[in-house]
Every structure is written in structure tokens, then in C-alpha cells.
Design a protein around this ligand. Structure first.
Ligand SMILES: [Fe+2]
Length: 362
């Protein structure tokens, strides 16, 4: 089944009222200014602001799992937990991020429980951003957020009240000596479906108020760092339109698997431009497109996919099956190592950014 067939099938299975359309419409209404400058002073930010730290050797390793699509009662889901456990034992990461689409059936709470169990058992801090399918089951985004906040002490997922969506938050990584923030992890809710039906089909976009929040937080973090921009990564579910700009350019260097176009929103709301202007984000990592796991660059910023982590509960025809993306950071450097880890210790697409991406196409 390809994506088009998958979407048609899932649309038949999911009542329109549960498609997240209402949610998208609600979130498209710009809320009152969310006072982003105060976010860094908020309890929501401060409670997890010291949770992550570079190791004594200057390294920090995170694992991205994406699109677990756990269907309760469907035995095909089990391979997701097997792979998550195997990857965690092999990589022993400092942090785990799930970039959306964990729930794929009812009760959704079981999807999160079974998905998180291998992470919880190993005591690893983790967080999530929502995908377009998470709130199509029996829980809204806010209900899922409230549930996982209550149930999982090592869950670092945050949200900003008054901002479009749920699961917009920032996690700093502290320096190894714990004297300062050394790296920033931004997380955004990329929402679900376009609220402008008939005008713009397909997927929703990251909203202007989220982008303004990012801009203001980026400025504030820079100011707190003595005027020096901190290196950063960004995580969310739906790819940006720039993924297609890069992949459509015959001069682009692309490492990994690309079996479908990026199913990005059909309009561009400008998050990538804001990242270019702020100069802190060196890489963006998404999920959503189950048969893509590539990395490429556009205007110098790394654009990457995670690796489909789920079982055969949805379309996922990708060589060597499910797995995860591993990202290793080095304190004080705007660079990273990344690779895909698969079953049985197989590793694919190991590369270094920026060295392996050379010069931008021109
Ligand atoms: Fe998905």
C-alpha cells in the first residue's frame, strides 16, 4: 500500500469528526499573544531545563523513534517494542524523542504505554511531539499530554499554554560541567490537516504564533548565552516544504532512503526562513513519511527523517524493516554524527554533518 492508498483507507476507517480537522481549525485561530519571552521563566520550561546534560567526554546521544503506529490488539505492533528495546540496549542514549503517530487504535493509552515501556524500564528521559494520527483515536492531544505527564516521571514533553497546538517546548542540554546551556532542542506541534479545505488540501502548517515564539525564544537564549548563538536541533512530525525543494534539486546530496515525496503542507508558513535568520538550528528531524529516512540539506540546514519504528500496521515497505535514527552531538560544535539502527545490529547511512554534505548546490 502506498501513501495515497493508505490515506484513502484510513479516511474510511476514521470518522470525519475524529480526523483532527476540528482541532486544526481551532488551532488555526491565532490566540492572544502567548508572551513567548516569558516562556524561559515559566515553570513549564524550568522544570526540565536541567534534565539533559552532555557527558564528561563531551558527547550527547539521542535516539529518534517515529511513527510507531501501535494498534492495540494487533500482534503486528509488537515488533515496535522489540526494536525500541534492541536499539536502546545497543545505543544507550541520553535522551529519546518520539516524533509523532504513536497511537493507531483504541485505547490510545495502551499505545503509549506499550511504546514507552522499553524506555521507562531503562530509565531514559524521553519526550514526544504529536503527529496527525495521535488524536484520531479516543483521546485529544491535550488528554494525551495530561495522561503522559501524570503517568511517566521521565517524560520531558512540555507545552505552551496559549500557543497553537500541544507539544511546543524547548529542552536545553547543559554543558558537561553543568555551568551553562550548551545546546538547544526545539519541539513543535506540526498539527494535522489543512483547515482551509477546498483552498489548500493536505496537511496543516506550523502557525505564525509558533514561529514568533521560536524567534523570541531563540533571541532570549542567545542573550542568556552572552550574545552567542547556541547550536540547536528541531523535532516535529510533518516535514517542511523545504524537504521537497531540496529533494527536487538535482544538485542536492541525499543520504538514505527516499521512496515518496515529502508529504509537506502545500503552503509555506515560514519556519525554515525563521531558522535561517536566527542561525541556531542546524538540523530538523521529522517523521510522517514512513518509507523515507534520508538526510539532505537546504541553504545549509540539515533536513532529516527519522526511521519508521512501527510494525506492519500501516504502509511501511522500506528495506530492512523498522528501526531508529541515532544522533550524536559534541559539546561546543555545530556538527553531528547520525546513523540508522536496524534489527540485528545493522547500521545504515552513517554520516557527519556538515562534512558529508559538502557545499550547497548552486
Ligand atoms: Fe505515520
Amino acid at each position: 500500500m502506498n501513501r495515497k492508498e493508505f490515506l484513502q483507507a484510513s479516511a474510511l476507517l476514521v470518522p470525519a469528526s475524529m480526523m483532527g480537522i476540528g482541532k486544526a481549525e481551532a488551532s488555526s485561530v491565532a490566540p492572544a499573544a502567548a508572551a513567548p519571552a516569558s516562556y524561559l521563566d515559566s515553570e513549564g520550561f524550568r522544570k526540565n531545563a536541567r534534565a539533559l546534560k552532555f557527558n564528561a567526554d563531551g558527547k550527547f546521544k539521542l535516539v529518534q523513534f517515529t511513527d510507531v503506529h501501535w494498534a492495540p490488539g494487533n500482534a503486528a505492533s509488537e515488533v515496535a517494542a522489540e526494536r525500541i528495546a534492541e536499539v536502546l540496549d545497543a545505543e544507550r542514549p541520553d535522551f529519546v524523542v518520539f516524533t509523532g503517530d504513536i497511537a493507531w487504535g483504541k485505547p490510545a493509552a495502551e499505545s503509549y504505554k506499550r511504546t514507552f515501556t522499553p524506555v521507562v524500564e531503562r530509565g531514559i528521559p524521553f519526550a514526544l511531539t504529536f503527529g496527525n494520527h495521535d488524536d484520531e483515536q479516543d483521546l485529544s492531544r491535550q488528554q494525551i499530554y495530561d495522561l503522559i505527564t501524570k503517568e511517566y516521571p521521565k517524560n520531558l514533553t512540555g507545552t505552551v499554554e496559549g500557543l497553537s497546538g500541544v507539544s511546543n517546548f524547548i529542552l536545553p542540554i547543559r554543558s558537561a560541567d553543568d555551568t551553562r546551556d550548551a545546546f538547544i532542542l526545539y519541539h513543535f506541534d506540526s498539527h494535522s490537516y489543512s483547515p482551509l479545505k477546498g483552498t489548500v488540501d493536505g496537511y496543516d502548517w506550523i502557525k505564525p504564533d509558533q514561529i514568533e515564539w521560536y524567534r523570541q525564544c531563540s533571541d532570549a537564549l542567545k542573550a542568556r548565552n552572552g550574545g552567542t548563538t547556541l547550536p540547536a536541533l528541531a523535532f516535529f512530525h510533518i516535514p517542511l516544504p523545504e524537504y521537497n525543494y531540496a529533494a527536487a534539486n538535482e544538485g542536492s546530496l541525499l543520504i538514505g532512503i527516499r521512496k515518496e515525496p515529502a508529504c509537506a503542507p502545500k503552503v509555506n508558513s515560514g519556519l525554515f526562513t525563521a531558522m535561517l535568520e536566527k542561525g541556531d538550528v542546524m538540523g530538523v528531524f521529522v517523521g510522517h513519511d514512513h518509507v523515507n529516512d534520508y538526510l539532505t540539506t537546504w541553504k545549509g540546514i540539515l533536513l532529516g527523517y527519522g526511521r519508521y519504528t512501527g510494525g506492519k500496521t500501516v504502509y511501511c515497505d522500506i528495506p530492512w524493516g523498522n528501526g531508529a535514527r541515532v544522533i550524536e552531538l559534541t559539546e561546543g560544535k555545530r556538527e553531528l554524527e547520525s546513523w540508522i539502527r536496524l534489527k540485528g545490529g545493522r547500521i545504515e547511512s552513517r554520516c557527519h554533518y556538515p562534512t558529508d554534505f559538502g557545499k550547497e548546490p548552486w
